[in-house]
Design a protein around this ligand. Structure first.
Ligand SMILES: C[S@@+](CC[C@H](N)C(=O)[O-])C[C@H]1O[C@@H](n2cnc3c(N)ncnc32)[C@H](O)[C@@H]1O
Length: 336
């Protein structure tokens, strides 16, 4: 009796022999991925989309459109290359973008490997949609934003999308990881942004010590300990330091919000990704006023905080500290 591995090889061989069109291969890969229980979330959300991304890359075609190719018959060499890539995805449980070395975000292509998180932050979508809508209601001067900081920039995707969307802004991308920044430099050069995107290394705001920005973007590590324990292999393939946010996911966010007021201009904004940690965020910052910016993936995944709201929260926190005059007054007032 053959082993499971031999059966899989025989199955792949017969796929190369018998399948003919792009549609055939996508259907086959979708069934294989589903049977293998793969996890998604690195730019695609289901087995079909994952198969489309891998197949189009393997055929040297752009990520869209798909329709014109669906009935195209493929020569054997292309069928073999595609089936091998599908099988590598299943055997390695690596995100597709680590296998292809390329990720797409809002129509822009990024070099991608295990030195940094796979680009997928909904902050990029918000730069195109929810943020301009919010700014229509809360206008800034026409030159705003002149300066943008992408904190925790990883492979640099958000810094680069921001530089693309705000062509008059100077952008800084900062990260603790020299490896991630090396990848960010590749991406910056790929998009010809050496003049406008500066990359700096260090802990949070340390490398931009005295500088203030109109707009601070941050997709920090925010996955809480319990969720970290349950991560599927595709997510464990990413740098742990890019994901792990401590017990409630808010370790780095606490430091970020404490330091942000000294790095934002007067009408500055902090746009922060918190993913599915809205409950933890609200519990950690009960007296902070802020706005949720809706994106396709959810209503409460992105937080927008105005510089004035951060300053007010800092004042309230100082007032609550034991020994402060306001705290004493409050305690006194509460006594029967
Ligand atoms: C969730 S990833 C975001 C990467 C990229 N901005 C994106 O959206 O794809 C978080 C990044 O934060 C960086 N990081 C973790 N701790 C940091 C710290 N204390 N200071 C600066 N960067 C840090 C990690 O190296 C990682 O690149």
């Amino acid at each position: 009796m053959s082993t499971a591995f031999e059966r899989r090889l025989a199955d792949a061989d017969s796929a190369v022999r018998e399948l003919r069109t792009v549609r055939d291969l996508l259907r086959w890969a979708t069934s294989r991925f589903t049977a293998a229980g793969l996890a998604y979330g690195h730019g695609t959300g289901n087995a079909w989309d994952e198969a489309v991304a891998l197949l189009l890359w393997s055929l040297h075609l752009p990520p869209e459109p798909l329709d014109p190719w669906l009935d195209a018959r493929l020569p054997r060499a292309e069928r073999r290359a595609a089936v091998e890539l599908f099988e590598r995805r299943i055997a390695s449980r690596l995100p597709a973008a680590y296998l292809t070395g390329e990720a797409w975000l809002r129509g822009m292509s990024f070099a991608c490997d295990a030195r940094a998180l796979v680009p997928r932050s909904p902050i990029a979508e918000a730069l195109d949609e929810a943020l301009p809508q919010w700014l229509d209601l809360h206008p800034r001067p026409p030159t705003w934003p002149a300066s943008i900081l992408d904190l925790c920039t990883g492979g640099g995707s958000l810094a680069i999308v921001a530089a693309d969307r705000f062509p008059d802004a100077q952008v800084v991308g900062a990260d603790l990881s020299p490896d991630a920044l090396a990848l960010a430099a590749v991406n910056r050069d790929r998009h010809g942004l050496r003049e406008r995107v500066e990359l700096v290394q260090g802990d949070l705001f340390a490398p931009v010590r005295k500088r203030r920005f109109d707009l601070v973007l941050c997709n920090p590590p925010y996955v809480n300990d319990a969720s970290m324990q349950a991560l599927p292999p595709e997510f464990r393939a990413e740098p742990r330091a890019a994901l792990a946010g401590g017990r409630d996911g808010m370790d780095l966010v606490r430091r970020l919000l404490a330091d942000a007021p000294t790095h934002l201009c007067e009408d500055g904004l902090l746009l922060l990704e918190i993913g599915h940690e809205a409950a933890h965020f609200e519990a950690a910052f009960p007296s902070l006023e802020f706005h949720y910016l809706p994106v396709a993936a959810g209503e409460r995944m992105l937080v927008l905080v105005e510089a004035a709201q951060l300053a007010a929260a800092a004042r309230r926190a100082r007032a609550r500290r034991p020994g402060s005059r306001t705290a004493a007054t409050r305690r006194g007032a509460a006594r029967p």
